[in-house]
Design a protein around this ligand. Structure first.
Ligand SMILES: Nc1ncnc2c1ncn2[C@@H]1O[C@H](COP(=O)(O)OP(=O)(O)O)[C@@H](O)[C@H]1O
Ligand SMILES: O=C(O)[C@@H](O)C(=O)COP(=O)(O)O
Length: 419
């Protein structure tokens, strides 16, 4: 292993693994720290569910993953978080990045969540989603991590006691040597984290080249596009093709959605117009979780005899706010995640092997419940979302979709890609 990655959620992990695979690194995603032998791969992405847990827990899990990756040969560590910088003032991006820097004996890193292909760009430290500032985008209403400040220098500044600086676009556009010089100059001023502007993939390639000597890189999957070339140039990895086709998995396919992101809401509406679909009622779930899950399972078992089906908790911001007011934000989120995870277990026991899961936290709950240990990364279904095949038995085919990724027909496309 050359590159060791720590991802703060499961969809984010497959997003990063997809980028590295497409750029010619053989990449395996593990669900948590592997218990057995390390996978044979150029890059290993350890998927954690640490984005919204208390900061101290996120730090402990990330440090354990870092120790494991280093002890299995990783020369560089990549901390992957969301391209919309999903976090709260309590963390977890700042605390985890600080702890990883300390563990690696390093004093400087970058923070670059840009992902131009999916509309995330950074200019003068401000994160844009499509044509809007992050704080004006639908991310302002995220159920767990509402993002209401687009200045990443400020947002990260609230999560770390250390100085946060900026590598502005006028430097980035000059290319790798100028960017590397900016890193050195910021580090000499005692700045520990630098937000790096990026508008397009070419910028990310320059940033990747400038970051070859950093022990720790932090960001979205976009900033990883420039890294494989560093390892190729240093002859640390062989030249490889992108993703190979995965073994096909037959049988019924289900979509389970716990994401309330704008893209998912459109995908739910589109799929439900032409397929059997059933909403999860949070009030019924709170009143009697056993009976609610049982009813949903019975419905799904019948529906799947006719073809693919959808079960979703996804709801627009006003409905999510009402549910949170009644049950509390974290309790509502956990209750719905657990229900979807138990549905997945029940469906798997009934022979379902193809799962399309919408939502990062939701994917974490489902993949853990299915006791998946590692994922092979296949061809891309939509930018940031690859087809995946679980190692071991049973061989589940999975698409783990970040809330904001995929076009309106994503669910149908994903079921087909996994079939
Ligand atoms: N109707 C709802 N009301 C309140 N919370 C919900 C509802 N539906 C889903 N959730 C919760 O919202 C969170 C969505 O997060 P996640 O799965 O990461 O999606 P995304 O990828 O869009 O961020 C989960 O914790 C989920 O359980
Ligand atoms: O970087 C991204 O946007 C994604 O890879 C990601 O982290 C997904 O998070 P969710 O939107 O919570 O699925």
């Amino acid at each position: 292993m050359i590159l060791g990655c720590i991802a703060d959620d499961f969809t984010g992990a497959t997003d990063l693994a997809n980028t590295l695979t497409r750029r010619g690194m053989h990449t395996v995603q593990t669900i948590g720290i592997p218990q057995g032998a390390a996978p044979e791969a150029d890059a290993v992405v350890v998927a954690l569910k640490s984005r919204t847990v208390p900061a101290a827990e996120a730090v402990a899990q990330s440090l354990a993953a870092c120790r494991w990756l280093k002890s299995h040969g990783a020369r560089q560590i990549f901390f992957k978080y969301c391209s919309t910088f999903d976090s709260t003032d309590a963390g977890n991006i700042g605390p985890v990045a600080d702890a990883l820097l300390d563990a690696l004996g390093a004093g400087f890193t970058i923070a670059c969540p840009a992902f131009p292909e999916n509309g995330r760009s950074i200019y003068l430290g401000h994160l844009f989603v499509g044509g809007e500032l992050l704080s004006d985008s639908p991310m302002k209403n995220h159920p767990l991590t509402p993002m209401r400040d687009a200045s990443l220098v400020r947002v990260l500044g609230r999560q770390t006691p250390h100085k946060v600086g900026l590598v502005p676009y006028r430097t980035v556009k000059q290319g790798a040597p100028a960017i590397a010089e900016a890193y050195a100059s910021l580090a000499a001023q005692g700045i520990r984290h630098a937000i790096v502007d990026a508008l397009e993939d070419r910028d990310l390639e320059h940033i990747g080249a400038a970051s070859s000597a950093l022990p720790l890189i932090t960001g979205g999957s976009g900033v990883a596009i420039g890294l494989p070339q560093n390892y190729l140039t240093a002859r640390l990895i062989p030249r490889r093709e992108g993703a190979a086709a995965l073994d096909k998995v037959g049988g019924p396919g289900i979509v389970l959605s716990g994401s309330c992101s704008a893209a998912t809401l459109g995908q739910v509406e589109r799929f439900a117009a032409t397929h059997p679909a059933r909403a999860i009622d949070p009030a019924a779930l709170a009143a009697d979780p056993e009976a609610t899950v049982r009813d949903l399972l019975a419905w799904a078992t019948a529906a799947l005899k006719q073809g693919p089906a959808l079960i979703y908790a996804s709801a627009p911001p006003d409905k999510v706010a009402a549910v949170q007011a009644q049950f509390g934000r974290d309790r509502a989120g956990a209750m719905i995640e657990q229900a979807i995870a138990r549905l997945a277990q029940g469906l798997a026991a009934d022979g379902v092997r193809r799962f399309v899961i919408a939502g990062g936290e939701t994917s974490g709950a489902v993949v853990s419940a299915l006791k998946v240990e590692a994922l092979e990364i296949g061809p891309q279904i939509a930018p940031g979302v690859p087809a995946c095949l679980a190692h071991g038995a049973p061989r589940y085919a999975l698409a783990l979709k970040s809330g904001n990724f995929g076009g309106p027909d994503f669910f149908g496309q994903a079921l087909e890609a996994l079939a």
